[in-house]
Ligand binder design. Structure first.
Ligand code: BG6
Length: 543
């Protein structure tokens, strides 16, 4: 496939923000601002946020007046000791290949630490003082701030209340107000439909929607954003993108890792809250939505909400048929024995929390009537792989392949958007097997081949880690890749009945699958009932 060489100029379209907070014509370099991180000593800050800030600094995308105020519970920590920890974190990060000391010095000079409990109003006095110190050289209209809640969901509410009552985040109806104040909330956003609605109500009673950035890090992935580009920047796909040509869609988010040290969180969450309510619903929405009139934040999000609202509701009558839940048992990953879910730390020995789920979705609109969407996600599966596979109908009549090649044996065309790893797109189709001997036979032999596009081959290693894109977007006021309140609620409305049904009807026994396999046999039955089969996706290791 002909692809641009790494570094070759490629035409880009500036992303133009809609009504939310961007001055028209602004360049995509961050506004001068201070990032206040709550949960500064936590895992997310170390593993994702600082590596992303470092990358932004290395690419000169941060304003010279950028600063970080890290707020953590360790009172002993100082600016210097905190900087040393973050420097060590960069060294351990997979996302930072090599730390350039000059870039790090630039970022370190702008990194400050304040000890305090963010749920306690008295901490806000210190935070205000430190912000004044850090920002005193900046003109008042450049004292933009965003507050990143890298904290457990149980403390979201008190923190947003304190942010408002301390005056740190005043409500701004006008998105062009300067200096701006924004709040970034990590997932999970709520534990159920009811709690998500309550949290939205609280947040929107304090701030305007345009000030709130709800993170779903899947939306920051290049390949997820590429779903829209592939669909809407090419004219060949759209005419085929409907029930007349597509037989079904499979969306997979498979992980090799188990619950690791997160047993306590995961017992409460389970795979449906952890992966379906957010990441998989986003992949479904991007695959199935109508073309938005423009790429503004609201136009895109309006279309996503519409498609989520068209998902057929799950009911107690349909759930047993349309959903499968399971837990991983002991097994083998990369040749090493691993324990089962119920033996993991902080997991109950009789836990009912699913680590795997598969489901059949239907979208009740004209485009998708009768096209099943099969979704699956699980921990401790055979490979780490996330992809969207669009399978087209088989040809209506076949003259090729002869008796040996039954109609069923021909692979229908499949377009696969590989989210990760080996990011790219492939399209498979059938071709004639070459060879004179073949031509002599009565029948033409046919075989499937792949046409493959790989991001790294085409562009080199340029994919920005999701958090880098998302942090930059917060700083430029670009909300397209964040979930709006109605979108979060629409996704919960789909998922909530399933969680309620499962809570009321424990699995007896809970289906299991060996760690390192592709999931339980019940999931195979779910899809074969529709005359389809799960794909065996390509992953990043094949041992
Ligand atoms: C997170 C989940 O949102 O996504 C984790 O809480 C999961 O359980 C992770 O491992 C997967 O993200 P990625 O980017 O590694 O596919």
């Amino acid at each position: 496939m002909n692809t641009p060489a790494a570094g070759q100029a490629v035409r880009t379209t500036p992303r133009v923000s809609g009504q939310y907070g961007v001055v028209p014509g602004a360049t995509e370099r961050a506004d001068p601002c201070t990032m206040v991180i709550f949960g500064a000593t936590g895992d997310l800050t170390r593993r994702k946020l600082f590596p992303a800030l470092y990358q932004l600094a290395a690419e000169h995308l941060l304003a010279p007046h950028f600063a970080v105020l890290a707020v953590g519970r360790e009172p002993e920590e100082t600016d210097d000791s905190y900087r040393a920890k973050m420097r060590a974190a960069l060294g351990e990060s997979d996302e930072v290949k090599r730390v350039d000391e000059e870039v790090w010095r630039w970022l370190a000079q702008r990194t400050h630490y304040a000890g305090g409990d963010a749920t306690d109003i008295s901490a806000y006095h210190t935070i205000c003082e430190r912000l004044d110190e850090i920002e005193h050289e900046r003109p008042k209209e450049e004292r933009n701030r965003f507050f990143y809640l890298a904290v457990p969901p149980s403390v979201f509410e008190p923190i947003v209340q304190r942010l408002s009552s301390s005056g740190l985040v005043p409500r701004h109806e006008d998105p062009n107000t300067r200096p701006w104040a924004r709040v970034v909330v990590e997932k999970p956003f709520g534990h159920s439909l009811e709690t998500a609605c309550d949290l939205n109500a609280l947040v929107l009673s304090l701030f305007a929607e345009h000030q709130v950035y709800r993170i779903d890090h899947y939306l920051g992935k290049e390949t997820v954003q590429n779903v829209l580009v592939l669909r809407f920047a090419n004219s060949i796909f759209e005419p085929l993108w409907n029930r007349s040509h597509i037989s079904h869609v499979q969306i997979t988010a498979a992980e090799e890792v188990g619950v690791e040290a997160r047993g306590k969180y995961y017992e409460e969450a389970g795979v449906v809250r952890d992966m379906f309510q957010n990441h998989l619903m986003q992949l479904l929405a991007l695959t199935a939505m109508e073309p938005p009139p423009s790429m503004t934040a609201d136009a895109v999000r309006d279309e996503k909400v519409k498609v989520l609202k068209s998902v057929r509701w799950f009911t107690p009558e349909t759930i047993p048929d349309l959903w499968v839940r399971a837990q991983y048992g002991p097994g083998e990953i990369k040749g090493k024995a691993v324990r089962g879910y119920r033996e993991e730390p902080n997991v109950a020995p009789d836990s009912q929390t699913p680590t795997y789920a598969a489901a059949r979705f239907h979208i009740d609109n004209w485009r998708w009537q009768g096209v099943p969407f099969f979704l699956r996600s699980g921990k401790r599966l055979a490979k780490r792989v996330s992809e969207i596979a669009v399978q087209f109908h088989s040809p209506p009549h076949l003259m090729f392949g002869g008796e040996a090649k039954e109609h069923d044996e021909l692979q229908p065309n499949t377009l696969v958007m590989r989210v990760q790893p080996n990011e790219g797109v492939s399209l498979n189709f059938e071709v004639k097997v070459p060879g004179a001997a073949v031509a002599m036979t009565q029948h033409v032999e046919v075989a499937p081949v792949d046409m493959d596009f790989s991001y790294s081959e085409a562009f080199g290693e340029t994919a920005a880690p999701a958090y880098e894109t998302l942090l930059l977007d917060v700083m430029i006021g670009e909300a397209t890749l964040f979930t709006r309140s109605d979108e979060v609620e629409a996704a919960w409305k789909i998922i909530d009945p399933v969680l309620n049904y499962w809570a009321a009807n424990p699995a007896n026994p809970m289906p299991t699958y060996p760690a390192g396999s592709w999931g339980p046999k019940e999931a195979d039955e779910l899809i074969t009932r529709c005359d389809a089969q799960w794909r065996a996706p390509e992953g990043d290791h094949a041992d």
